[in-house]
Design a protein around this ligand. Structure first.
Ligand code: COA
Length: 275
């Protein structure tokens, strides 16, 4: 991927660092970036160099949200605006929410700076998030004189309380990484100079776990949270059985043997069992 691509991918010990790369536009997400991200997610899913994906932004921004010119104004002014709009929205929602939230490998958002408007969608879609304490978050739509569109508000409701979400949706104020951590928008906020080290540490921890179990756990969590209780219970049992069938490491059987018979494994101490 050339250095002028809207998305950069670097590999490092099982981590794929995926960088939104339009720093001169604060990594605003235009149709070219969205279409590239669809391809990147598709390719990385089958790439063994990627066990964990970290999503971040080039320069001092995570992303300033949807590209106001190329995603909104240019698309609406196109020769056939209806079709242009459908295409632009399809690529955007495909990677930012549909694929990313159910992606088969673990994902971490590393919020290095501005995270505005539509940027919350891929942020929430990532499994975990680490922010710089100094990063600025905001849902600026009300400042534009429009209500938040697409799936932005819905995704906020997955990580913020109603009071917090409505406060920031209705005032258009920004908040920093520390406040994002307090509200549960990110898992952790760390000083900017420690951001990459801490994110890498977390990514390596996820890379050390059984990938079949991680996949079933995260997809199971996302789907079950949308289901009725009885359906969720049945579905999650089915996920356990599916994983036993798919897992070449036979984690469950071997883990029980090591815990009960060999006494060589204490999962409650945070130990990792691998064959
Ligand atoms: N869409 C399109 N272009 C954007 C953009 C966006 N969301 N955010 C920033 N840019 C562009 C600016 O137009 C400018 O382009 P130019 O150099 O061709 O004039 C460039 O990025 C730098 O932006 P600038 O405003 O000069 O940088 P800044 O560091 O002073 O401020 C922001 C950064 C992010 C605070 C400011 O650009 C901003 O408010 N952006 C809009 C954020 C927003 O409302 N997002 C919601 C979209 S859903």
């Amino acid at each position: 991927m050339s250095s002028d691509s809207p998305v950069l991918v670097d590999f490092d010990e099982g981590i794929a660092w995926v960088t939104l790369n339009r720093p001169e536009k604060r990594n605003a997400m235009n149709p070219a970036l969205n279409e590239t991200m669809v391809r990147v997610l598709d390719e990385l899913e089958g790439d063994d160099r990627c066990q964990v994906l970290v999503l971040t932004g080039a320069g001092d921004s995570f992303s300033a949200g949807m590209d106001i010119k190329e995603y909104f104004r240019d698309v609406e002014a196109a020769e056939n605006p209806t079709i242009s709009l459908i295409r632009a929205r399809r690529a955007s929602s495909q990677w930012q929410w549909k694929w990313l939230s159910m992606w088969s490998k673990p994902t971490i958002a590393m919020v290095n700076g501005w995270c505005l408007g539509g940027a919350f969608i891929p942020l929430v879609a990532c499994d975990l998030a680490v922010a710089a304490e100094e990063a600025q978050f905001g849902i600026a739509d009300v400042n534009w004189g429009i209500p938040p569109g697409g799936i932005l508000t819905k995704s906020l409701s997955a990580v913020m309380s109603q009071r917090d979400a409505l406060y920031y949706i209705m005032t258009g104020e920004n908040f920093d990484g520390r406040a994002a951590q307090r509200m549960g928008v990110v898992n952790e906020a760390v000083p900017r100079e420690e951001l990459r080290t801490r994110t890498r540490e977390l990514a390596l921890k996820l890379a050390s776990k059984n990938p079949y179990v991680l996949r079933a756990s995260k997809v199971g969590y996302r789907h079950a949270s949308q289901m009725a209780w009885d359906q969720a219970e049945d579905y999650l049992y089915a996920k356990v059985e599916q994983t036993q069938h798919l897992d070449p490491e036979r984690s469950r059987v071997n883990g029980m043997k090591q815990f009960l018979d060999e006494k060589s494994f204490r999962p409650g101490l945070g130990n990792l069992r691998r064959p």
